[in-house]
Design a protein around this ligand. Structure first.
Ligand code: AMP
Length: 563
C-alpha cells in the first residue's frame, strides 16, 4: 500500500488529507494521482462512487493550478447539484493550507445572480452542472477561455440524464483545454464515443468491476396494437400499485393529452413539456419530487436533466426515434444502488428496433405479457389487503371510537366487513376490468433467441423468457440447475406477494446486506422464487433471510439443490 507522500503531492495537501483522517490513498487515488501529476493529458478513471474519486482528481488539480492567476483554470462538470456541493466542500477541505485558490459551485435551482457575483470575484476552479453552465456561457457570465483542465465526473450519469449534447457543447467551448479527465462508474458505448471524439489517447485506469451498462434495470417490452397503447399504459400502471414513475412520449401533444385523460380517470399524474413556463415546470417537478404526484409524463427534451431519486418505473409510451435516447430514459430508474424497471409499449412493427437497443445497452429486453384484467384485479386486491395490514394504528385515538364501531358492526360478520372494505377501494378496478380484453398482439412478436451479451454467465434469452412467461402462467421453470459457481436458493416469496424480479432482488439485498454483484439469476414465480448467489455466500444469505417475517408470514429460504 502506498502513502500520500509517495504519490508526489504538495506537502500542504498531504497535511490536509492527514487532518481529514486519510491514512493511505484509496485504489483510484493510488492509480490516478501520479498519472495526473505527471502531466498526462487525457485520462479515464473507471470507478464506482464512494471509492475516493473526488480526491483523486481534486488533489492533483490543487497541486497543479496557479493561485496567482485569478481566472477559471479548471472546470469540473458533474450531474447533480448535490454532487456539485459535495465536490466543492471536499475541495475546500483539501485546500485548507493553500493560499489564493478559490472554488465556486454553479448549479440550477439556485440564484444565478449570486453565482455570477461569485464568479466575478475571481476563481480558479468552477464546479458545475451542465445545464447551469450552458446558461452562464450563453449569458457570457463565465470565462472559459483559459480553462486548461476539464473533469467530467460521473460521466455515465450525465449521459443517462440527457446531457450528452451539453457536454459536447462544453468541450467545444473550452478552446485552451489541454487535459480532459473523465470519471465514470460504467463504460457504455456512448461514453467511448465521447472520449474518442474529444480525448487524445487517454490513459485509462479501472478500479473494481466495471459494468458496460446499468445492470440494476430490468428491461421489459409489451407488444400491442397502436389503438391499444393507452389502455396498455393504464394496465401497466394499475398492475403496479406502488409505482413512482416517469412516462415518456414523443410529442408534447401526447404528453398533455394523456395526462389530461388519466387525470380525469383518477390517476395522480401531471405533464412536463416545453410549453410550460418555468414556474409551471418548477411546480410540477416540486410535486413529483415530494411524491405528491405519483406519475410524471414528459417529452425527452422537457425531462432533460431532471434528477429524482427512487423512481421505480420508466414507461416508454412509444420507443424513441433515436435509439440512444432509450438509455437516457431508462437511466432515470435504477439509480443510487436501487433497482428499477424500464417498460416499453411497442407495436409489432417496431420490435426490430429492440435488437439495436439491446446491443446499445448491452442488456436483454424481455418480452412480458400485458397483464389481463384478472391479473390487475388480483394485484390490486393484494395491494388493498397489504394497505389494511400495514396502516399505522398506533397513533390517533382509535380506542375512543372502538365501542362505537363495534356497535355499528355488531351484526356484520368479519368476512363481510373485509369484503365491504375491499369494495370501497377496489370497486373501480373490478367494474373496469370485469370484461377487459386481451391487449397482447400475439402473432408478430419476436422469436425467442438464445444470446449471450458478453456477461460472464450464459444467460440464454430463451431461458429467461421461458421463466418469465411460465411465471405469469404458473408453469414450471425448465432450467433448474445453478450457474457455475452459484448456489440456487429457494424462497417462498413470489409474484403473489407483489414481487417482481427487481423488487425481490432489492428486498433480498436489503435483508442480507450482500452486494448486487454477488447475485446471479432471479426467477420469480407465482408462489415462490429462485435466487442464485455466489456459492461462498449462500449460507450467509440463508441465515439472514430464512425464518424472518414478511408481512406476517415466515420466510423460508434454503438451497434448492439440497432440499
Ligand atoms: P468519493 O468517492 O469521492 O465520493 O469519496 C467517498 C468518501 O471517502 C468521502 O467521504 C471521502 O472523504 C472519503 N475518502 C476519500 N479518500 C479517502 C482516503 N484516502 N481515506 C479515507 N477516506 C477517504
Amino acid at each position: 500500500m502506498m502513502t500520500f507522500e509517495e504519490l508526489g503531492l504538495d506537502a500542504r495537501l498531504i497535511q490536509a488529507t492527514s487532518e481529514l483522517g486519510y491514512v493511505n490513498p484509496t485504489q483510484i487515488q493510488e492509480k490516478a494521482i501520479p498519472v495526473l501529476l505527471s502531466g498526462t493529458k487525457d485520462f479515464i478513471g473507471l470507478a464506482q462512487t464512494g471509492t475516493g474519486k473526488t480526491a483523486a482528481f481534486s488533489l492533483p488539480l490543487l497541486h497543479i493550478l496557479q493561485p496567482e492567476n485569478r481566472f477559471p483554470q479548471a472546470l469540473i462538470v458533474c450531474p447533480t447539484r448535490e454532487l456539485c456541493v459535495q465536490i466543492v466542500n471536499e475541495i475546500e477541505l483539501f485546500k485548507k493550507h493553500l493560499k489564493g485558490i478559490a472554488v465556486v459551485a454553479v448549479y440550477g435551482g439556485a440564484s444565478i445572480g449570486l453565482q455570477i457575483r461569485d464568479l466575478k470575484r475571481g476563481v480558479q476552479i468552477v464546479v458545475a452542472t451542465p445545464g447551469r453552465l450552458i446558461d452562464l456561457i450563453e449569458r457570457k457570465a463565465i470565462d472559459l477561455e483559459q480553462i486548461k483542465y476539464v473533469v467530467l465526473d460521473e460521466a455515465d450519469e450525465m449521459l443517462n440524464m440527457g446531457f450528452k449534447d451539453d457536454i459536447e457543447f462544453i468541450l467545444q467551448n473550452t478552446p485552451k483545454r489541454e487535459s480532459t479527465w473523465l470519471f465514470s462508474a460504467t463504460m457504455p458505448p456512448e461514453i467511448r464515443k465521447v472520449s474518442k471524439k474529444y480525448m487524445n489517447e487517454p490513459f485509462e485506469v479501472t478500479v473494481g468491476k466495471v459494468n458496460s451498462g446499468n445492470k440494476s434495470i430490468d428491461h421489459q417490452y409489451y407488444v400491442t396494437q397502436a389503438q391499444h397503447r393507452y389502455e396498455t399504459l393504464k394496465r401497466l400502471i394499475d398492475f403496479n400499485p406502488g409505482i413512482y414513475g416517469i412516462i415518456f412520449t414523443r410529442t408534447k401533444a401526447d404528453a398533455q393529452g394523456i395526462a389530461e385523460k388519466l387525470t380525469r380517470e383518477g390517476y395522480d399524474i401531471d405533464a412536463l413539456h416545453g410549453d410550460l413556463t418555468q414556474a409551471q415546470r418548477d411546480k410540477v417537478m416540486g410535486e413529483f419530487r415530494d411524491k405528491t404526484l405519483q406519475l410524471l409524463i414528459a417529452t425527452d427534451v422537457a425531462a432533460r436533466g431532471i434528477d429524482v431519486q427512487g423512481i421505480t418505473h420508466v414507461i416508454n409510451y412509444e420507443l424513441p426515434d433515436d435509439i440512444e435516447v432509450y438509455t437516457h430514459r431508462s437511466g432515470r430508474t435504477g439509480r443510487a444502488g436501487n433497482t428499477g424497471i424500464c417498460m416499453s409499449i411497442v407495436h409489432a412493427r417496431e420490435t426490430f428496433k429492440l435488437k439495436s437497443i439491446e446491443r446499445l445497452i448491452q442488456s436483454q429486453i424481455l418480452k412480458v405479457e400485458i397483464p389481463s384484467g384478472k391479473d390487475v384485479c388480483r394485484k390490486q386486491f393484494y395491494a388493498v389487503m397489504d394497505k389494511i395490514l400495514e396502516v399505522d394504528i398506533t397513533h390517533g385515538d382509535y380506542d375512543t371510537y372502538l365501542p362505537m364501531l363495534q356497535e355499528k358492526f355488531a351484526d356484520v360478520s368479519k368476512e363481510e366487513i373485509l369484503q365491504r372494505m375491499a369494495a370501497v377501494e377496489f370497486d373501480r378496478f373490478l367494474k373496469y376490468y370485469e370484461n377487459a380484453e386481451d391487449l397482447n398482439t400475439r402473432d408478430n412478436a419476436r422469436q425467442p433467441r438464445t444470446r449471450d451479451f458478453g456477461g460472464n454467465r450464459n444467460e440464454g434469452f430463451q431461458d429467461r423468457r421461458g421463466s418469465r412467461d411460465n411465471a405469469s402462467r404458473g408453469g414450471s421453470y425448465s432450467n433448474n440447475t445453478a450457474s457455475s459457481g452459484y448456489a440456487r436458493l429457494f424462497v417462498n416469496l413470489g409474484s403473489k406477494d407483489g414481487f417482481y424480479k427487481a423488487s425481490l432482488l432489492q428486498f433480498i439485498l436489503d435483508m442480507s446486506d450482500l452486494k448486487k454483484d454477488s447475485l446471479g439469476r432471479v426467477d420469480v414465480k407465482d408462489m415462490n422464487s429462485w435466487v442464485e448467489v455466489e456459492q461462498s455466500l449462500a449460507s450467509q444469505m440463508i441465515k439472514a433471510i430464512d425464518g424472518k417475517n414478511y408481512k406476517g408470514r415466515r420466510i423460508r429460504m434454503n438451497d434448492a439443490n439440497n432440499r
